[in-house]
Design a protein around this ligand. Structure first.
Ligand code: SF4
Length: 222
């Protein structure tokens, strides 16, 4: 919806917090030039990257994204993580689609994603200042990904106070299916698929601006 209606602006305390957190992560990281990044990747040495922008083209559509974190070893990407800051304690399909698209971008940029494990981590905003996402959480997920490979586990969930998420094996085919689905809407080959949950429509900016015909209406019970 946002792609076809770019003038619509979303704001929420969680979005604002998330943006600030990512800016902080980027400012704390060592800045590398594009050449240095390529060199590090080609060296096949183990390396972690964070807040790196990737681009690629799929079916003549330019896709770009800033990847929160990925880890490579021996020329393979072994772990890709995306951090969300929210009070929700669940993973939404849009989260998976986003991370799968990042996997697609890595693959499109000639990185080996055959053994890639992806993870989505939801951190409650109240954890601000109590946990360091990269120093405290990421090593736990790296250990969990190793365990998944060793034991042949497909999906792993984690749930500890203030932090929730899951890890899963990446599929290039899935990410292409997701992109086909999204591109169908962006190119106006299909309509948007409306939510079945009226409470979402109640706070949706597309409804407020009259841009969504199938918007649902909540009726109050008396
Ligand atoms: S108004 Fe409802 S159906 Fe329409 S985009 Fe918003 S949440 Fe989705």
């Amino acid at each position: 919806m946002q792609y076809r209606h770019p003038g619509v602006v979303f704001t929420s305390p969680e979005l604002t917090y998330g943006t600030a957190a990512h800016e902080l992560f980027a400012s704390e990281a060592e800045t590398l030039s594009e050449e240095e990044i390529k060199e590090l990747i080609n060296s096949k040495k183990p390396a972690s990257f964070r807040e790196i922008r990737f681009e690629g083209v799929y079916r003549r559509v330019k896709i770009k994204g800033i990847l929160d974190f990925f880890y490579i070893k021996g020329g393979k990407v072994l772990l890709l993580l995306d951090y969300k800051f929210s009070n929700y304690k669940r993973i939404f399909p849009s989260h998976r689609i986003q991370v799968d698209t990042y996997g697609f971008l890595l693959n499109k940029n000639h990185l080996d994603t055959n053994d890639l494990i992806c993870g989505i981590v939801i951190v409650k905003p109240e954890m601000k200042g109590r946990v360091d996402v990269y120093d405290d959480i990421t090593p736990l997920l790296q250990a969990e990904a190793i365990k998944m490979r060793q034991r042949g586990i497909d999906v792993s969930y984690f749930n500890c106070p203030g932090i929730y998420g899951h890890l899963y094996h990446y599929s290039l085919d899935n990410s292409k299916r997701n992109l086909d689905w999204a591109i169908g809407y962006w190119r106006k080959q299909r309509n948007a698929i409306p939510t079945k949950k009226a409470h979402k429509c109640n706070v949706c900016q597309f409804k407020a601006e009259g841009l969504c015909k199938p918007a649902l209406v909540t009726t109050r019970r008396h």
